[in-house]
Design a protein around this ligand. Structure first.
Ligand code: 3IX
Length: 154
C-alpha cells in the first residue's frame, strides 16, 4: 500500500463488510444495476450466537447494522460517497439465529445530496422480519480529505 490509502483499503476493517476484521460480519453483497437509477444490493446471511439478543434471535442493534450496511452498498453504484444521516427501523418479527436470511436494499429517490434508501431482512419464506429506511448524505471532498482518504474508482 503506497501513498494515501484508498477508501477500499481503509474499509477493510468495516464491521459490516470488511474482510480483515476478525470480529466483523463479513457481509458480501450482490449489486444489481439492471435499472441504474434504482440499484439493489442483496446478501445471504446466517448468524451465530455471537450476535444474540433475545435467546435464539439476532440482537436488535445487529439487525440495524445489517440494514444500514445493506443500504450503504447502494451508494457506490449511484456514484456517490455518502454516510448515514438518519435511519429508522421497524422490527416486525424476531430475526432467528442459525437460519438462512436474506438482506435486500433498494434505492428509492434522490433529492440533491440526500439519498433515500430502504432495506429489508427476510426469512427463507420471504416474510419481512425487519425494515429500515435510511437517509444518506453525500460527503464532500473536504471531509474526505480530512481523513487522508482518496476517492476509490466509483
Ligand atoms: C469521515 C469520512 C468518511 C469517508 C467514508 C464515506 C463513505 C463510506 C463509503 C464506504 C465505506 C466502506 C464501508 C461502509 C461503512 C459503513 C457502512 C454503514 C454506513 C454508516 O454507518 S456511516 C456511519 C454513521 N454515520 C455517520 O457517522 C454520519 C455522521 N454525520 C455527519 O458526518 C454529517 O451529518 C454528514 C456529513 C453526513 C452531513 O452533514 P452536513 O452538515 O453536510 O449536513 P446536515 O447534517 O445538515 O444534513 C444534511 C441534510 O439532511 C437533512 N435531514 C436531516 N435529518 C433528516 C430527516 N430525518 N429527514 C429528512 N431530512 C433530514 C437536513 O435537513 C439536511 O438537508 P438540506 O441540506 O436540504 O438542508
Amino acid at each position: 500500500m503506497k501513498g494515501h490509502p484508498t477508501l477500499d483499503e481503509r474499509a477493510s476493517h468495516c464491521f459490516g463488510c470488511g474482510p480483515a476484521n476478525p470480529q466483523g460480519l463479513h457481509l458480501s453483497f450482490e449489486i444489481d444495476t439492471t435499472h441504474p437509477e434504482a440499484p439493489t444490493a442483496t446478501a445471504h446471511i446466517q448468524l451465530t450466537q455471537l450476535y444474540e439478543g433475545p435467546p435464539g434471535y439476532i440482537h436488535g442493534g445487529i439487525v440495524a447494522t445489517l440494514l444500514d450496511e445493506s443500504m450503504s452498498k447502494l451508494n457506490r453504484p449511484l456514484s456517490v460517497l455518502a454516510m448515514t444521516r438518519h435511519m429508522e427501523v421497524d422490527y416486525l418479527r424476531p430475526a432467528p439465529l442459525h437460519q438462512p436470511l436474506t438482506l435486500i436494499s433498494r434505492h428509492l429517490r434522490r433529492e440533491g445530496r440526500k439519498l433515500f434508501h430502504q432495506a429489508e431482512l427476510l426469512d427463507s419464506e420471504g416474510a419481512v422480519l425487519a425494515r429500515g429506511k435510511g437517509l444518506f448524505v453525500v460527503i464532500d471532498e473536504k471531509l474526505l480529505a480530512r481523513t487522508g482518504l482518496t476517492q476509490p474508482q466509483i
